[in-house]
Design a protein around this ligand. Sequence first.
Ligand SMILES: C[C@@]1(CC(=O)O)c2cc3[nH]c(cc4nc(cc5[nH]c(cc(n2)[C@H]1CCC(=O)O)[C@@](C)(CC(=O)O)[C@@H]5CCC(=O)O)C(CC(=O)O)=C4CCC(=O)O)c(CCC(=O)O)c3CC(=O)O
Ligand SMILES: NC(=O)C1=CN([C@@H]2O[C@H](COP(=O)(O)OP(=O)(O)OC[C@H]3O[C@@H](n4cnc5c(N)ncnc54)[C@H](O)[C@@H]3O)[C@@H](O)[C@H]2O)C=CC1
Length: 224
Amino acid sequence: MRFYPISLDVKGKRVVIVGGGSVAARKADRLVQAGARITVVAPKVAKSLADLADKGIICHVCRPFGPGDLAGARLAFAATDDREVNRAVAEEARRTGIFVDVTDAPAESDFATPAVLQQGELQITVSTAGASPALSRRIVEQLQAEFGPEYAETVDLFRAVREKTLTVTGGAAYNKRVFADLASRDLPALIKNGRKDEIEQILLKLFGTGFSLDPERAEKKDPS
Ligand SMILES: C[C@@]1(CC(=O)O)c2cc3[nH]c(cc4nc(cc5[nH]c(cc(n2)[C@H]1CCC(=O)O)[C@@](C)(CC(=O)O)[C@@H]5CCC(=O)O)C(CC(=O)O)=C4CCC(=O)O)c(CCC(=O)O)c3CC(=O)O
Ligand SMILES: NC(=O)C1=CN([C@@H]2O[C@H](COP(=O)(O)OP(=O)(O)OC[C@H]3O[C@@H](n4cnc5c(N)ncnc54)[C@H](O)[C@@H]3O)[C@@H](O)[C@H]2O)C=CC1
């Protein structure tokens, strides 16, 4: 296994992207969604990046890459169309201990970004360790048919139930049993088909009163 899969919290953290073309714009788009503080260093940027800079969402340093540009960054992307510049970015990142994605040279990279299926808080990521990004994207497109918006609702439901259960009842063994039971039911299908009453019955059976899809009902039944 070349790459170790990880879900990274980049919120509020500084990320430097060197280069401002279509690849840089694609990386920036997802980093913005994840709340990173992004600096793009490039003499020329794509329109979407210029728009983000105009709105103050990202910072654009309008000149070629130079030494010191990665200072304070937690992650870096080398995304110029110049092999030597990308190599220099990788070297500086390595020297300063910053993880770098060299977008034209997977062998020089510390990490790579996968193709992503996003439904609310559900993420399914696909990587081929650089062998074929186009195949990764195709696999995500295939998965889209199976994992629709009902999965976003399912994840929200699990989060709500879990947050409440972990605080009001004790015991990892109990939690493991009920959550395994809940996960084994086809809640996404029930949500998709509008069968909310059946979900209510499942919640009632597993967790007793106080857990409901309907916040009003949950509040009335919950004495806490
Ligand atoms: C290693 C990696 C490093 C990284 O970028 O993190 C990397 C490297 C390279 N990509 C290249 C080419 C293309 N990349 C795409 C698209 C995507 N590339 C993405 C990730 C990754 N690309 C990482 C590996 C992930 C994995 O293994 O799956 C995706 C999944 C996610 C994202 O960009 O965040 C995103 C799909 C997003 C979506 O869902 O839409 C397309 C398709 C298109 O543009 O339409 C093409 C043209 C077709 C083709 O070549 O397959 C080249 C050759 C460049 C050249 O020819 O010069 C290199 C360098 C090399 O291979 O040496
Ligand atoms: N990893 C991936 O997903 C993919 C990677 N690539 C590779 O990524 C690289 C970039 O591709 P595109 O974004 O399409 O290129 P592009 O030509 O659209 O953009 C290149 C950008 O690099 C900037 N640049 C050039 N010299 C620079 C310097 N000295 N300092 C800072 N910025 C500089 C330019 O101003 C421009 O903004 C290519 O080398 C290509 O091989 C291509 C497709 C996908």
